[in-house]
Design a protein around this ligand. Structure first.
Ligand SMILES: CC(C)(COP(=O)(O)OP(=O)(O)OC[C@H]1O[C@@H](n2cnc3c(N)ncnc32)[C@H](O)[C@@H]1OP(=O)(O)O)[C@@H](O)C(=O)NCCC(=O)NCCS
Length: 173
């Protein structure tokens, strides 16, 4: 834990991150399941973060994505999951650039994985090109793509949306 103000997994009661130019208004708004009404903003944030959009709409419509909105409505962050039997693919983890570095990314990941575990998942996988250290700090380990369960390996992220150079990581839930 750094000296940053940290987001609680439920996002409630968070102390203000502060600092000039920050867009966050204290306390940090709650993390909630995304709905179709969030889709356009979610896609814009994920695209701005340089992450693939293919399959993301289904996550949002299925209620397997978590979002955090500023009190004024600005979307601050998202984490989505694709759920299979006993396993989940974590994807589209993105935080609005001015809101980074205050624990929101970690809180979104933990909430998304907690929801997946409550739904029966016991293992999580992801692909990343840029954020391996971030996920390693959250307990994820580098893995071989070939070891991914068939359901995960047949997801659009594994098959086509992510470059073959993307690192696969896994974590027990
Ligand atoms: C990766 C990302 C989601 C992190 O969001 P964030 O809100 O800044 O992350 P947090 O503040 O929760 O950081 C949690 C910890 O990870 C560390 N961390 C965050 N980003 C990191 C990175 N790129 N590399 C290494 N460590 C990182 C933080 O320092 C913090 O460490 P601490 O607990 O020791 O203080 C955000 O930088 C982002 O949206 N990046 C672009 C999209 C992306 O690459 N997504 C991941 C692929 S799906």
């Amino acid at each position: 834990m750094s000296g940053h103000n940290r987001a609680r997994p439920d996002g409630a009661g968070q102390a203000p991150p502060g600092g000039p130019g920050r867009t966050l208004i204290p306390p940090l708004p709650p993390l909630v399941a995304a709905t179709s009404a969030d889709l356009a903003d979610v896609e814009a944030l994920v695209e701005a973060a340089g992450l693939p959009l293919a399959g993301l709409g289904a996550c949002v419509r299925d209620g397997t994505a978590v979002v955090c909105r500023e009190w004024d409505g600005c979307l601050l962050g998202v984490a989505a999951t694709e759920r299979f039997s006993g396993v989940v693919l974590l994807r589209s983890v993105a935080v609005h650039a001015p809101a980074r570095g205050h624990g929101l990314g970690a809180a979104l990941v933990e909430r998304a994985l907690g929801d997946a575990r409550a739904a029966g998942a016991r293992e999580a996988w992801l692909l990343t090109e840029t954020a391996e250290p971030f996920f390693a700090g959250l307990g994820w380990s580098r893995a071989e793509r070939a070891d991914a369960p068939a359901s995960v390996a047949s997801s659009v992220e594994f098959v086509s949306a992510c470059p073959t150079t993307a690192v696969a990581m896994r974590r027990s839930l």
